[in-house]
Write a protein that binds this ligand. Structure first.
Ligand SMILES: Cc1cc2nc3c(=O)[nH]c(=O)nc-3n(C[C@H](O)[C@H](O)[C@H](O)COP(=O)(O)OP(=O)(O)OC[C@H]3O[C@@H](n4cnc5c(N)ncnc54)[C@H](O)[C@@H]3O)c2cc1C
Length: 455
């Protein structure tokens, strides 16, 4: 029962979209106009585009985990947990707290911004043996894992084991996979100098994608430049190729090659958070089908945005939907806050329109390619644009200072290649990091909200 007279706004997810939305609501609404609550499993907003730099040790994990509580106008109630179901009829969100308690949270307005999870396919062994690159824990785990392969190869007397520990496979030629392969190759290239017993020529990175091109958004010329940079650095790129089978000590490619390896990093796309399926509403390729105001048609006070929603891309037209990028998510976050406020005040909502600003791809060191506003850049200018863009997009000055200090320190002093071992005994499959098995079915949601049905 609602004993509070103020409308309750519930924001799910503290990523690019959710945090921008909450900050805008805090700024524009007076405290007695509405209560704002945020559900998030973590106490930070993760700056995902810099995750490959955490995996490769250029940045520390803390530097891209931006605090949710450092803000002048901060007054949102934060529930530490994850939403595991939403009942649209009763306007209740079911939450599993970080201590595993199940809580029913009623709302008047809900903003769904739980982002996406790694998209997998029915490939034998994939979910058991691949690592993803979507969470801070995964990035830290992969860094430790890669360094441990060097340590174990160095200690091994068996040439077959050595060779398999020194081969690494990254699947996915989008910016996430390409940056991951590029940054981690730099890590092993630099680290091997500290292992005089290891033959550097045994270290081999493979980047594969089923598509005929890497990062097609870059266009032909810039895409070829990126490939050229990676090939020059010894990364073996196989296009039109995927994985047929994955095992603990080898991976079979669809072209028949069997690569002995203990490291398979899977970044072949994303799919909307499983939370969306619990609504039982219409989806487009798994993303919640919303209108251009980002509201759910036919439902009062339900909004969705970012990677988890199919928001029409009005700037492109032709029925296109916005791509799952931080660039869109953070702008949608601000826009959805304005629409929630408009709806709360009985005013008209506005459609979301944003023309894509382009792409920046940091390949580590001074290697980069960027296409801001259609201008093609390579090398240092591209790197300056890439880092400048990310740096300015970090939300707090403390985060900006941490990242800049880390970049400078890394440029001057390099890396110590320390394996922390914090997560060494942790289960490390995709579902262990992304909690994909935590969600309810629409029937379970109803039962949780209404109580069990009498037989
Ligand atoms: C390695 C990598 C590199 C990238 N590089 C770029 C780039 O250069 N440029 C660019 O524009 N985009 C980039 N992206 C894509 C970009 O990060 C995403 O599009 C963006 O983060 C989407 O924002 P979001 O708010 O929808 O989701 P997210 O930022 O992922 O936030 C979702 C939030 O919801 C939380 N959450 C998840 N499930 C629940 C739940 N059930 N209950 C409550 N909270 C939940 C998560 O913990 C997270 O905090 C990159 C992505 C990756 C993985």
């Amino acid at each position: 029962m609602n004993t509070v007279t103020r409308p309750r706004i519930l924001v799910v997810g503290a990523g690019f979209a959710g945090v921008e939305c909450v900050r805008r609501l805090e700024r524009k609404l007076s405290p007695d106009e509405a209560d704002v609550t945020l559900v998030t499993p973590f106490a930070y907003q993760l700056y995902l585009p810099l995750l490959p730099q955490v995996a490769s040790g250029v940045l520390t994990p803390q530097s891209i985990a931006v605090s949710l509580r450092r803000s002048k106008k901060y007054r949102t109630r934060i529930i530490p947990g994850g939403a595991i179901g939403v009942d649209l009829k009763s306007k209740v969100c079911v939450i599993r707290t970080i201590t595993d308690e199940i809580v029913n949270e009623p709302y008047d307005y809900i903003v769904l911004a739980p982002g996406s999870i790694t998209r997998t396919f029915d490939i034998p062994g994939l979910t058991d043996h691949a690592f993803g690159m979507k969470t801070l824990a995964e990035a830290a785990y992969i860094r430790d894992h890669v360094i441990s392969q060097l340590d174990l190869a160095d200690a091994s007397q068996d040439p077959v084991e050595r060779a398999s520990r020194l081969q690494f496979v990254v699947v996915g030629g989008g910016y996430a996979g390409t940056e991951t392969a590029a940054c981690l190759q730099r890590l092993t290239h630099a680290a091997v100098k500290r292992y005089p017993r290891l033959d550097p020529s045994l270290i081999k990175w493979h980047l594969i994608d089923i598509a005929p091109k890497l990062m097609p958004e870059l266009g032909d010329k810039l895409g070829s430049s990126a490939q050229e940079i990676l090939r020059r650095r010894g990364i073996d790129i196989s296009l039109g190729t995927s994985i047929a089978k994955a095992g603990p000590e080898e991976v079979t490619f669809t072209d028949g090659r069997v690569i002995p390896t203990r490291t398979l990093i899977w970044t072949a796309g994303v799919v909307a958070s499983p939370l969306i399926a619990t609504l039982g509403a219409e989806t487009v390729k798994g993303r919640l089908a919303v209108g251009s105001e980002m509201n759910l048609p036919g439902e009062d006070g339900v909004f969705a945005l970012g990677d988890s929603a199919a928001v029409p891309d009005l700037a492109k037209g032709d029925g296109a939907m916005c791509p799952p990028t931080a660039q869109h998510a953070l702008r949608q976050g601000k826009h959805v806050a304005d629409n929630v406020i408009a709806s709360l005040r009985g005013q008209a909502m506005k459609p979301y329109v944003h023309k894509d600003l382009g792409l920046v791809v940091d390949l580590g060191g001074t290697d980069a390619v960027s296409k801001p506003l259609g201008i093609e850049l390579r090398g240092l200018p591209a790197q300056a644009v890439a880092r400048g863009y990310h740096w300015s997009a970090l939300r707090t000055n403390v985060a900006k200072t941490r990242v800049m200090t880390n970049w400078l320190l890394n440029a001057v002093a390099g890396d110590d290649f320390v394996r922390t071992g914090f997560q060494a005994r942790k289960a490390a499959r995709l579902k262990d990091f992304e909690y994909t098995d935590a969600y309810l079915t629409p029937e379970q949601v109803r039962e949780q909200v209404d109580g069990p049905r009498p037989d």
